[in-house]
Design a protein around this ligand. Structure first.
Ligand code: GLP
Length: 241
């Protein structure tokens, strides 16, 4: 695992956007796995700026989702499908045709999970998967105690994660209890894992993931198993390393 400490979130965003641009220059139809939350926004802004200045052409890129809420109505602004379309796909000038994600409003959620897991493999696998980290060490929505070999499946959110994510909704009651997430085993199949963590609130989770033992209690520690994992942290998130 490579750990890169940057001065601030903007520098982390620029570094990772350049890695994504570099990948697209080498492999124009790369499958990019993207994450949601506040942390990756500087990455998407920096990548969109590179597109505007013609440093990279993303027109053949493919984008895939890491996780999704279950049960939000289609088109809900906080479904991760909506978020990824708004924050990544549109700014890069792509269309929904280049985008894949699990169906969080499916009647048979288990079947939707299996179908998405299979679809990722059939698409040739994820070339670069962006990850954030939850304050409890989760990646995607793999909460503590998730199996390190898990596949895409339905999970129940902890109250801590529901509280962390309540800021995106009008009230805590609106935050779904169930989600679909790529499993840890699924995530580990991506060719390159890039985790960005910024801010002091992530410092404990980062220290446990990077320097603690490999443990299902800290899902992000699974990156220690991956042959090509990059952890980018700002000074605040690195403060307990
Ligand atoms: C959610 C997402 C994760 C993300 C995490 C942290 O739980 N499912 O993929 O990493 O939030 O979000 P933030 O970057 O806003 O702290």
């Amino acid at each position: 695992m490579e750990v890169v400490i940057v001065p601030d979130a903007a520098a982390g965003g620029e570094l990772i956007a350049e890695a994504m641009a570099d990948l697209l220059r080498r492999k124009p139809d790369a499958l990019l796995g993207v994450a949601t939350g506040s942390t990756p926004l500087p990455i998407y802004e920096a990548l969109a700026a590179k597109v505007r200045s013609a440093e990279v052409d993303p027109s053949r890129a493919r984008i895939c989702q890491l996780d999704e809420y279950v049960g939000l109505p289609a088109g809900h602004p906080e479904s991760y499908r909506s978020v990824v379309l708004r924050e990544v796909v549109d700014p890069l000038g792509l269309t929904e045709d280049s985008f894949m994600g699990p169906d969080g409003s499916a009647e048979d959620v288990a079947a939707a999970c299996t179908a998405y897991d299979r679809a990722l493999g059939e698409a040739g696998g994820v070339d670069l998967q962006l990850l954030g980290i939850g304050t409890d060490g989760h990646i995607g929505f793999n909460e503590p105690c998730s199996s390190l070999a898990s596949r895409t499946r339905i999970k129940t959110l902890t109250e801590r994660t529901r509280n962390d994510n309540a800021r995106f909704f009008d009230s805590l009651d609106e935050v779904p209890h169930h989600v679909i997430t790529q499993g840890i085993g699924t995530i580990l199949e991506a060719r390159h894992l890039v985790l960005l963590a910024t801010g002091e609130a992530k410092a404990d989770a980062v220290a446990l993931a990077v320097e603690g033992p490999l443990s299902a209690l800290v899902p992000a520690s699974a990156l220690q198993l991956h042959p090509h994992a990059t952890v980018v942290v700002d000074e605040a998130a690195a403060s307990r390393l």
